[in-house]
Ligand binder design. Sequence first.
Ligand code: FAD
Length: 286
Amino acid sequence: MVYDTAIIGTGPAGVSAALNLKIHQKTFVWIGSRNLSDKISKAEKISNYPGFLYATGTQLNDAFRRQIEEMGIEITEAMVNTIYRMGDHYALAAGANFYETKTVILTTGIVNRNVLPGENELVGRGVSYCATCDGGLYRGRKIAVICNNRRFEHEVKYLSDLAAKVYYFPGYKEVSDLPENVEKMNVRAVSIDGGERVSQISLSDGTILPVDGVFCLRDSISLATLLPGLETKDGHIAVDRAMATNLRGCFAAGDCTGRPYQYTKAVGEGNVAAHSVIEYLADYDK
Ligand SMILES: Cc1cc2nc3c(=O)[nH]c(=O)nc-3n(C[C@H](O)[C@H](O)[C@H](O)COP(=O)(O)OP(=O)(O)OC[C@H]3O[C@@H](n4cnc5c(N)ncnc54)[C@H](O)[C@@H]3O)c2cc1C
């Protein structure tokens, strides 16, 4: 099946795009976290969202979730690793699954800029963003896992079943109990090194750890890796007023397109992006 569109990310921009596409009866796959964005639930008190006087982040998150459920909208729990342009449509890889879509809406939030030196250069040569896709390559090997969110711990457990040894670099507090072959590191990883392939990881205390692979499990993936050819400006996705990017059929909305980083801007842009997709499809389907 070729979907009308794919929405990448389940923050306010993604929620708004999904609601509008559902109302217009478009077919779409919506990929991200079923808990929506951490940036919604973490807000202590929201005073600038019309209609909600001093809501907490949890209240706004609950309201979004109720609305999504009542409208029968489903979220596919996964991270999108790569998007390819294929002629007049797109192919997306998310975990072990592939999706084909006529258009794409990127609502990925601010993209993590803490890419390690060596990471971009060694993607596909020992650096991976997907435990399900690449874990099997490291059966009985030594790997490092850099992870910025507790919600990926099930992937760490999966990797620990395959690898002989896992050096674990959590970028968050309250790490759960992990299997014996997972060593929680209390220093930072500062670079990923190698020639043809990853050979080691360098740490902030000067230690060098020989490893066969490095998994980076983060809330976002660098834009250059996610969708090659996507034009950016000052670290954000460049868009016009229709939220169209430089790639035909690819739209973006929310924090990923630039400041101000605000719920209402994200929601508004998600709405515009959805309507731009609808207009684009009217021509596409002629
Ligand atoms: C503590 C805190 C308090 C805040 N308070 C306020 C406030 O009071 N008022 C206000 O207006 N704004 C506030 N903000 C800002 C607001 O949270 C953001 O502007 C808003 O969440 C942006 O929405 P978004 O949909 O663009 O991105 P996000 O909310 O960042 O959501 C993007 C989602 O996409 C996911 N994603 C990224 N890459 C991929 C991928 N490759 N595959 C699948 N999923 C992916 C991310 O994991 C994330 O869940 C606050 C932010 C924080 C952190």
